[in-house]
Ligand binder design. Sequence first.
Ligand code: C5P
Length: 336
Amino acid sequence: MTGVTVRVPAKLNLQLAVGPPRADGYHDLVTVFHAVSLFDQVAVVPAARDGVAVSGEGADRVPAGQDNLALRAVAALRAAVPAGAAEPACVHVTITKRIPVAAGLAGGSADAAAALVACNELWDCGLSQQQLAEVGAKVGSDVAFALLGGTAVGRGRGEHLTPALAPATQYHWVLAFADGQLSTPEVYATLDRLRAARAAQAGDPLSPAQGGSAQATRPRSGQSRSGRFQSPDLDAALMSALRSGDAALVGRTLSNDLQAAAVSLFPPLRKTLAAGLELGALGALVAGSGPTCAFLARSADRALDLAASLSGAGVCRSVARVTGPVPGAAIVPPAK
Ligand code: C5P
């Protein structure tokens, strides 16, 4: 076999409910992932040694060494190949990016997922999607979803997935890309700080700022007026909106606990979100840890209008129209 090429989608989180920090530094989540039609392409070919080349959107900001998530996925899969099986060959990975880097769209996890699918095929490993997801979870929290695609509920770090039961509705989105990036760990840390400050203000004796331990409290999503932690719960209104296939209802029930933190680190987002809503979006939210903003439109035509108006309003670097849900990482058949 000469090589394998895989196409992999970006993701949005239609709900992103974040619990308190865990002992390992991660946060327990309840999230509704949604794969959208913005794809990176990842090709692997046998080579004398492992290596990676990146081209396309934001390529200069993607690490080209062993830190590259696709190369880390290659190494993780090689380590997972059972003893006794043929030693997997070295590979050269070529990544063609359309998913912007550090934009909240899980582009790095997507590339890792694509590399897993490609090497599984190239090396004839025969691992199931579930087995690949277990390998991928070591590389990034969103790798498992990039393998699965569609719309799915994620728990834990986001790696425990259940496909959402919903009619085959196609949703039309406009993505507004920002002129800059956000660091995911920094956004989570900012959320923790905002919550601690709010709990302290509310005089919560269990808040870290009052000498209590956040770990001692229940995981929470958002914060009650008293500043107390609440469990991150799946949003029943969003799930019911998805079951109805009514885009207006879905638009009204989008939520992201990381949004306030992302906006505080990147204040121009406030204007971008407001502009999209004023221009008629059914709903708006920051994608994951940002700084991309996502707007839901009623139809393909409305998405076209919204994209043109947002572009003209000067509130973002560029826009893209995408649809969702789309399938996860998939092999591109060789051209005949
Ligand atoms: O897993 P991934 O490498 O994508 O996560 C990037 C960073 O985002 C983590 O190092 C962590 O700081 C933060 N994170 C988190 N809780 C999650 C997922 C990510 O705190 N569930």
